[in-house]
Design a protein around this ligand. Structure first.
Ligand code: PMP
Length: 356
């Protein structure tokens, strides 16, 4: 007997592999450095706001996210009509592709980059066109432009790039935009933008203002430390933002998540101090790696990339033995998040001991 069959593209969807939780070993603290999370728990004011929202969880949340949009619009200096919030910025990737791609349309993106891209692209019955990053983990903008065909609907730019780390420069993005047809969407995924300290990096907000085909994706999961609440948002000109809102899941951002996100914007100064501390740790780790003789791409995110090839699984095992859980990607490399000072110290200890 044959049962219902999903569309053929569903069988082709690659699996999303979440970062492993820390290994439990008696007498040893283990640190999870496998999901680019923020090691700091939410601020007390954020927890209190979330608790207050729990008291009305018998009600559906505000489907229009109006208080969140007002807070974001004030913070970013954009009209509320140019915003779309969702259950994490990963949901916005899906929504964008569902709203804009016909089956077989092509989406150009760097690779390796955020693993959800090919998953979301295949889910939308579109075709993933993966353009290898350069040897130092950067987007190969010329190759990405060369990959554009009449079927291209969207080009995804991940800056800083997860998992390799470098940011795209504004000059590179300008060069791309000058050569992309104006009816092709250009996603600028800025999940880690708050960690960027490079002067010539992309200025997403300024770029979106001048380009109706540019969409920024941002998240409360990383710098704001709210990964478990699941809130991300897009900034785009109104027709694109309206399309994102039109295909959103009704009530996708819970009331608790909306309250936590708004409270985080209110507490932004304190949160950005934590980001500064994480950036200082990232720079300390990068300097320590260089001192230990490692040549890793220069990261602007809250993580570092070890291009280890075949030795990746060994590195992950050695890390686990030292009480840190890293994120191996096949036989390509391992990504390690910047975490607590003690966790970062263990990473440096591993880097000094592991042959390279
Ligand atoms: N974009 C990039 C580049 C990411 O690394 C992530 C999270 N790993 C996301 C988007 C999605 O974040 P979230 O859904 O938690 O907002």
């Amino acid at each position: 007997m044959t049962g219902p069959t999903p569309r053929p593209n569903v069988a082709a969807i690659p699996a999303y592999v979440p970062g492993k939780p820390p290994t439990v070993r008696p007498g040893m603290t283990s640190y999870k450095l496998s999901s680019n999370e923020n090691p700091y728990p939410p601020l007390p004011g954020v927890v209190e706001a979330a608790h207050r929202a729990v008291e009305v969880m018998n009600r559906y949340p505000d489907m229009g996210n109006s208080a969140l949009y007002d807070a974001l619009a004030a913070r970013l200096g954009v009209p509320v009509t140019d915003l779309a919030a969702a259950t994490g910025s990963v949901a916005l990737i899906y929504q964008l592709l569902h709203a804009f791609c016909e089956p077989g349309d092509e989406v150009v993106h760097a690779w390796r980059s955020f693993e959800a891209y090919p998953i979301a692209i295949t889910s939308a019955a579109a075709t993933s066109v993966a353009v290898p990053v350069t040897a130092d983990g950067r987007h190969d903008i010329d190759a990405m432009v060369d990959a554009i065909t009449p079927r291209t609907r969207c080009v995804m730019v991940c800056t800083p790039n997860n998992p390799t780390g470098p940011s795209v420069t504004q000059a590179e993005l300008d060069g791309l935009l000058a050569r992309v047809p104006s009816d092709v969407l250009v996603v600028v995924d800025e999940a880690y933008v708050e960690f960027v300290r490079m002067d010539d990096a992309v200025d997403g907000l300024a770029t979106y203002r001048d380009h109706p085909n540019v969409v920024l994706f941002r998240t409360f999961s990383k710098a704001y430390g709210l990964a478990g609440f699941r809130v991300g948002y897009a900034v785009a000109h109104e027709p694109v933002a309206a399309a994102l809102r039109a295909v959103s899941l009704p009530f996708g951002v819970s009331g608790v998540a909306q309250a936590a996100a708004i409270a985080s914007l209110d507490a932004e100064a304190a949160l950005l101090e934590r980001v500064d501390a994480l950036v200082a740790e990232r720079d300390r780790v990068q300097a320590g790696l260089a001192e230990a003789g490692w040549d890793v791409p220069s990261s602007q995110g809250n993580f570092v990339w070890f291009p280890l090839g075949e030795r990746t699984p060994d590195f992950a095992v050695a890390a686990d033995e030292l009480g840190i859980v890293v994120r191996p990607f096949g036989a390509e490399g391992a990504r390690v998040s910047i975490g607590e000072v003690e966790a970062n110290d263990r990473l440096l200890e591993l880097a000094r001991a592991f042959p390279h």
